[in-house]
Design a binder for this molecule. Structure first.
Ligand code: PEP
Ligand code: MG
Length: 878
């Protein structure tokens, strides 16, 4: 590919499909030019250049001479279009140099503005603009940015110099600095270079060469690497570099600059949402130093510009079919569109915008599906504060800031990144409290429940990042005084310290000094409508894993069309029941066993009945007992329980202790589990099968359409399945004979042992359905204990041995190939064989896509993940 792409009004421009090569920004600039928007002219050096630049075997940190020649050639085109000249002593052109990868990484990469400035150019600019203050102000800004971004001089060194000068003169604001003062600042800034044994390059071409190199180098900087890690961004070539003519928003009262979303990124409302500053440059808005004006005020400040801007936002939305996040500058009454990209938005806004865009005819339902991400739904399905009208809620409000990112967050106050991360490791929820956040705070922001800042607007770093990640965030809470040394925050007369619990309402901007109760989310309104479209589009069913009637009802509310897994051992964890299970496991006589089973049967029957009722008309897959036995045995420390059990089983304490010790296994996950228990203790299976069938008959009697599927766990050999299926069918026949009634039921198996996957063709002969137990299948295929992976998986991920945790996202290469093979072999025997998955992977979007592509009939996941799996299933099908 050509290393450079030109853009600007009149250039042909490449479309968004060249994003991987031009980066998001570069592709958009090209596209904006091609639809006739007034984009300042420029050119993009491709991501391929970045890759070659970073490769020690290619350009090895240098710009290739041919590419440099092409850069100079392109620069000539900009000069012609702008009618000025780079480095000129009368009519100078200044440039911006910005990074832009294929996936947007806000605040992560470096930008250099006002490039092309030196001692001669500054005078020329002063004369040309008739605004020496602006010229010298731009020069000092450039010295600082270039020094900091390109030569990595500490920003604090520059801040110190300017603060000293302001202090000497008795100023508070930068704007009080006169031209003469700014000249002093420039001289002081040059000394910062000298102090660090560097000299500021007066040659403007040298400035350009170094800046392009710095952006490429930034791709492998710590911040960028961390961001890609957290966001799971891979397989990119690198960043593109966009070199563009500068236009100035700081040329007096008819100039300005701003950022604007075409719709409200919090509520999704169809109205412009943005901010601007008069007589300012872009970074002034984002940095949160001056408080910007709402975009609506532009209509009175500059009515003509506002009208044109409004028209442009409509063109952009129509063109891209999505809400846009725009940067613009007004230079002496003329509007320039600097940048546009699909705007980041909160979960609620994502759904509303998707639904509205369909209704406005801008996108199809299929297109709208892809605009809502699993993370968006995840946010919406998070709790919110239950009663914001209550007196106790109102009484605990201590401050109000800007509602920068919606949601409810409750956690301990933390003033540092490190503290948040430390808390997260211990499972303690935190609220990160800062004056303002910077890209260095990424790790803490990611691990925090919510973010609270004293400064910054709705488009500040904290706001943008928090919205992207769905963290509730309150910005610009100016009443907040933070003492980082003492680790306290003060609001009025309330002082709180690190570790105190506060609550944030990201929808209203309210800060509460107590733990506020939260309530679960509901699906209604736009979300309901959107989820209906999701169901129309998806081609794979979503079932739920549920062990109780309540969970089953929750699952149905969330759109599950059946239960893919009832873990019957979970029904025994209640105190009343566990005693009977212990008796069952440790029973020494047939009578004791029968007694324990007889007392467990009614519990199981009534739970099954409740689940059938909740799932009326949908299949309910009940798995027979699969406990690693140790999970049920009492601890040898627990004397009280042991004594009771000993007396119930007529055993001495000594004998009971011995029996418990004997039952303990060295490797319980590979021990007497699943069908191995069923085969050695058939009475248990008879009890469970009876429970299922009796419950189904009772439910049917009440007019409920009960559809029981009985599932055998941990099968490795077809003989195991045959044994259990025979027992189940015989038990069902017995119940039918006793009651004189019958019902339909199916007997299937889990495929969760590699041997079962490898012999699926044999098992399919006998089984009515398959369900992949992807948790155990992963455990046994990798040979990683699913309960102990925390000790090495993080290290494996950081060393790149594993890209993902295979217990979260299915390992397609290994475990996935077993799933594929078993599916194919099973369907060769029974073409209509129902095949699903019920491990945790059933709720993971990337895994859902794989299961869909493999031809599974359904995925089953926790009730609260069901909407996300439905969405992932629809994404997979579009
Ligand atoms: C599985 O192994 O994937 C499964 C669903 O069963 P469990 O997690 O109960 O072992
Ligand atoms: Mg399992």
């Amino acid at each position: 590919n050509a290393p450079i792409n030109l853009f600007g009004k009149g250039e042909e421009g490449k479309g968004a499909d060249s994003k991987w090569l031009l980066g998001g920004k570069g592709a958009n600039l090209a596209e904006m030019s091609s639809i006739g928007l007034s984009v300042p002219p420029g050119f993009t050096l491709t991501t391929e250049c970045c890759k070659a630049f970073c490769d020690p075997n290619k350009w090895n940190g240098e710009i290739h001479p041919d590419v440099w020649d092409a850069t100079l050639e392109s620069l000539k085109t900009i000069e012609t279009k702008m009618g000025c000249e780079f480095g000129s002593d009368s009519n100078p052109l200044l440039l911006s140099v910005r990074s832009g990868a294929a996936i947007s990484m806000p605040g992560m990469m470096d930008t250099v503005l006002n490039l092309g400035m030196n001692d001669v150019v500054v005078e020329a600019l002063a004369t040309k603009s008739n605004n020496p203050r602006f010229a010298w102000d731009s020069y000092r800004r450039f010295l600082e940015m270039f020094g900091n971004v390109v030569l990595e001089l500490p920003r604090a060194d520059f801040e110190e110099e300017i603060d000293n000068i302001k202090f000497e003169k008795g100023y508070f604001e930068d704007s009080e600095l006169t031209v003469e003062d700014l000249k002093e600042v420039v001289a002081a800034f040059k000394k910062v270079y000298e102090k660090n044994s560097l000299s500021f390059p007066l040659d403007v071409y040298e400035q350009l060469r170094l800046s392009i190199g710095a952006v490429f180098k930034g791709w492998n900087g710590d911040r960028a690497i961390k961001y890609r890690e957290v966001e799971n961004i891979r397989d990119l070539l690198g960043t593109a570099v966009n070199v563009q003519a500068m236009v100035f928003g700081n040329m007096g009262q008819t100039s300005g600059t701003g950022v604007c979303f075409t719709r409200d990124p919090n509520s999704g409302d169809n109205e412009l949402f943005g901010e601007f500053l008069i007589d300012a440059q872009g970074e002034d808005v984002v940095a949160g130093i001056r408080t910007p004006l709402p975009i609506a005020d532009l209509s009175t400040a500059m009515p003509e510009v506002y009208k044109e801007f409004n028209e442009n936002t409509k063109i952009l939305e129509e063109h891209y079919g999505d809400m846009q996040d725009i940067e613009f500058t007004i230079q002496e009454g003329k509007l320039f569109m600097l940048q546009t990209r699909n705007g980041k938005r909160g979960g609620g806004a994502a759904v509303k915008i998707a639904v509205d865009l369909v209704k406005e005819g801008l996108v199809t339902k299929e297109q709208s599906i892809s605009m809502v991400l699993p993370e968006h739904l995840d946010q919406l399905l998070h709790p919110s504060f239950s009663d914001t009208e209550s007196a106790s809620y109102k009484a605990s409000v201590i401050a109000e800031g800007l509602p920068a990112s919606p949601g409810a967050a409750v956690g301990e106050i933390c003033f540092t990144n490190e503290k948040v991360v430390e808390n997260a490791e211990k499972g303690i929820p935190s609220i990160l409290v800062r004056d303002e956040t910077s890209p260095d705070d990424i790790a803490g922001m990611y691990s925090a429940e919510g973010i609270l800042t004293a400064r910054g607007g709705m488009t500040s770093h904290a706001a943008v990042v928090a919205r992207g990640w769905g963290r509730p965030c309150i910005c610009g809470c100016s009443a907040l005084k933070i003492d980082e040394e003492a680790k306290t925050l003060t609001i009025g007369d309330v002082t709180l310290k690190e570790g105190d619990v506060i609550s944030l309402n990201g929808n209203t901007g309210e800060v509460m000094n107590s733990k506020i109760a939260v309530s679960p989310p509901t699906i209604k309104g736009d979300l309901q409508e959107f989820m209906n479209w999701v169901d129309d589009i998806r081609e794979i069913d979503v079932l739920a894993n549920a062990d109780t009637p309540e969970d089953a009802r929750e699952a149905r509310k969330n759109g599950a069309v059946g239960i893919g897994l009832v873990r019957t051992e979970h029904m025994f964890f209640e105190p009343e029941r566990i005693g009977q299970v212990r008796k069952l496991i440790l029973s020494n006589t047939k009578e004791q066993e029968a007694e324990a089973l007889a007392s467990l049967l009614p519990f199981q029957r009534s739970d099954f009945e409740g689940i059938f009722e909740a799932m009326d008309g949908f299949p309910v897959t009940i798995r027979l007992l699969d406990p690693p036995l140790h999970e049920f045995l009492p601890s040898l420390e627990d004397k009280e329980i042991l004594e009771k059990l000993a007396s119930e089983l007529s055993l001495s304490m000594e004998d009971l202790t011995t029996q418990i010790k004997d039952a303990a296994e060295v490797n319980p996950m590979l021990g007497l589990r699943g069908c191995r228990l069923g085969i050695t203790r058939p009475e248990i299976i008879e009890m469970q099968a009876r429970g299922v069938i009796e419950a189904a008959l009772n439910a049917i009697e009440k007019g409920i359409d009960a559809k029981p599927d009985i599932m055998v766990p941990l099968v490795g050999k077809v003989e195991e399945f045959r044994n259990q299926a025979k027992l189940i069918r015989a038990t069902a026949d017995k119940v039918f004979a006793e009651t004189g009634k019958t019902c339909d039921y199916r007997v299937g198996t889990m495929i969760e042992i590699p041997r079962a996957a490898l012999t699926a063709h044999l098992i399919a002969e006998e089984a009515d359905f398959f369900s992949f137990g992807s948790n155990d299948l992963t455990q046994m295929t990798f040979g990683y204990s699913r309960d102990d992976v925390g000790t090495f998986i993080p290290e494996y991920k950081s060393q790149g041995i594993l890209l993902d945790d295979p217990f979260v996202t299915i390992d397609q290469e290994g475990v996935g190939s077993l799933v594929k093979r078993a599916t194919e072999e099973g369907r060769k025997v029974k073409p209509d064989l129902k095949i699903g998955v019920c491990g945790e992977h059933g709720g993971d979007p990337r895994s859902v896509k794989f299961f869909y592509e493999t031809g599974l009939s359904y995925v089953s996941c926790s009730p609260f993940r069901v909407p996300i799996a439905r969405l992932a299933a629809a994404h997979a099908a579009t």
